[in-house]
Write a new protein. Sequence first.
Length: 379
Amino acid sequence: MLDITDGLRAWCAAQRDFALATVVAVSGSAPRGPGASLAVDDRGTALGSLSGGCVESAVHELCLDAIASGKGGVHRFGYSDEDAFAVGLTCGGVLDVLVTPVRRHDPVRPVIGSVLDAAAGGRRVALARVVSGPEPQLGRALAVHADGAHEGGLGGGAALDRAAAAQARALLLAGRTGTAELGTAGGLCGEPLTLLVESAAEPPRLIVYGAIDFAAALTRIGAFLGHRVTVCDARPVFATPARFPDAHEVVVDWPHRHLAAEWDAGRLDARTAVCVLTHDAKFDVPLLELALRLPLAYVGAMGSRRTHAERDRRLRDEGVPQAALDRLRSPIGLDLGGGTPEETALAIAAELTAVRYGGSVLPLTGTRGPVHRTRTKVP
């Protein structure tokens, strides 16, 4: 749902009735994962996508029915070998889709409105919805904030809401969208209940050290991929906003000092990627010595193999252990064969994406298994 926040907020402001269809589970190959949503208003207007077109028409009708009847539910869509033209996923996967009416007087409406407003304002928030359990509770929702405060209710009492809020907050603080299991009495007691928790967290950080032309290209593609991009260089003549218009911030500072300050301030996490493009030992060595000791998602450094060998020797001399050195992606990027700043930026972004999702980096033509991986979303 959080991928169509702006459109849904506009509908809420206009007092439009709508229904929300959200992917709650995926098996096999499917284009999009849990949390992907399609919304349809009372005029038939649609926002978002569930499958890239495979099941949208059928789900559109289900949404209109939910608006008219006030009743939702979970629907399964898969491929039919007997009838290739049946509604389903031609890629062979299976989608479970929760359809929820969100009309002006439905109890879920203010909960969803609160989540949308918080997400639009850049505040951490999670939406927990019942996707499996007693029928009267299906689609019931809870808005959960980073401090543990919550709004709404799952229809099972205060103990259930507290237990659900605790599980949703854990996913929120990890920046994850996923499912949580508990019982209708809270904890593991009562009838089993499954929640889909959608987390709205700050975008992952991409910090580019070295204000060079390759950095400008990497900044563009990093912002396009949804990162919050920082460019940092100790040389004020190069580190200017005019040279990096796609960066969210441009900082003039020594790289290792900047990274230390960001870590101490709590602005980095396990999703943060650091790309070192300076290939100058006086900048690289103290920066990498620190970066490789921090629990970051990705640390890469530009340079030739000769540069890498010399940098590796210097880092060993500084006492960086082998386990930390093994985390360094250097020379940075995948071997795509290109050499321009844009092609190099693409190679770096491809490696970063593969590391993030555990991709094989092999051509899909020569691999087997699902094309679309089932994964827990990391915003």
